[in-house]
Design a protein around this ligand. Structure first.
Ligand code: BDR
Ligand code: CA
Length: 317
């Protein structure tokens, strides 16, 4: 069993990533580290506490991350994020108050300790801005070699962004952090919009969860329907919602779900293209490539795994 840490700005697809991890027999979800993005940090952590409880896993610890990027003084949720994920991040569905609190240890310290303790058995999956990971590397530079398995959701290489023509939402929240991580020497796998906009969910699938007649099934269906409805406005041509964050968890379990391209990445931090993930020309001829960018995905196989695993998480809740 691999140990997994999810680093989440817990909105709708982050919640589906939690369910995917909990429904996967290959994984032990040892912790969630909180970040900001779809919601502010405290709300994201509360959502993580509530969803793990709803799915019958109150043992999962939640650690507080860095509340905003270094380049800013604070963070406020964007209106577009509220539109896509709801005011509360989970489709404006109300869950019971969590019976436990987040830990007091900072996420950055927990990540560094966990990398020491579990080594190659640990996989770290950030599905929000890379602020916590960058801070952890700055605090403990050897983490670059100690955290060997990082599968992140973010970026776009062969397709457009979703914030603007070139920038994906997670990277755009903290381009400096993402640039620092990509250029740190750490080995990463990037699951960006290139592949996540190919993996779509519709009302037909969410109905299957509602039809289980369980509290967890109804919640998952109602929350995800809110997200699908938002996609009808923001991306009407797609015909469903993007399963961004769960795809990163899926690839952490089974890298053969995607085809990857080896490249040394950077993120533009200045000028008109701020937030763009692109090849780093200073390392173009370096024989060592540190990032594997997913450029294709086996959609039917992923969707089948997705439905199996979310179904298992709901039934075992
Ligand atoms: C990413 O941005 C967030 O809104 C989603 O949760 C996902 O991690 C998609 O661009
Ligand atoms: Ca996310």
């Amino acid at each position: 069993m691999k140990k997994i840490i999810l680093d989440l700005d817990t909105g709708v697809d982050d919640s589906l990533a939690i369910a995917y991890a909990l429904g996967s027999p290959e994984l032990e979800l040892i912790a969630i580290t909180g970040t900001y993005g779809n919601v502010v940090l405290p709300l994201g952590m509360k959502n993580s506490l509530q969803i793990t409880e709803l799915l019958g896993h109150p043992e999962v610890k939640v650690f507080p991350g860095v509340p905003h990027s270094e380049a800013t003084d604070g963070f406020e949720t964007l209106e577009i994020s509220k539109f896509i994920h709801g005011q509360n991040g989970i489709g404006d569905i109300t869950l019971p108050e969590p019976s436990r609190e987040a830990e007091s240890t900072p996420a950055v310290d927990f990540i560094i300790e966990a990398a020491h303790e579990y080594g190659e058995d640990l996989v770290y999956v950030p599905t929000g801005p890379l602020t916590n990971l960058a801070a952890a590397i700055r605090k403990h530079p050897k983490l670059v070699d100690e955290l060997t398995n990082v599968v992140l959701m973010g970026g776009a290489l062969t397709t457009c962004g979703n914030v603007n023509g070139w920038s994906e939402a997670n990277i755009s929240q903290d381009p400096e952090a993402a640039d620092f991580v990509f250029r740190s020497g750490m080995r990463t796998t990037m699951i960006g919009l290139d592949v996540t906009l190919q993996t779509l969910l519709t009302y037909k699938e969410t109905k299957q969860w509602r039809d289980t007649g369980t509290e967890a099934g109804k919640f998952m269906a109602d929350m995800t329907d809110y997200y699908i409805k938002a996609y009808e406005t923001t991306a009407p041509d797609l015909g469903g919602c993007g399963l961004h964050d769960p795809l990163a968890v899926a690839v952490a379990i089974d890298p053969t779900l995607v085809t990857t391209f080896d490249i040394n990445l950077k993120v533009d931090t200045d000028g008109a293209t701020r937030g763009r993930t692109i090849g780093d020309t200073t390392r173009l001829n370096d024989p060592v490539k540190t990032t594997k960018v997913a450029i294709d995905v086996d959609v039917p196989r992923f969707l089948s795994e997705f439905m199996d695993r979310i179904g298992r998480a709901i039934v075992n809740a």
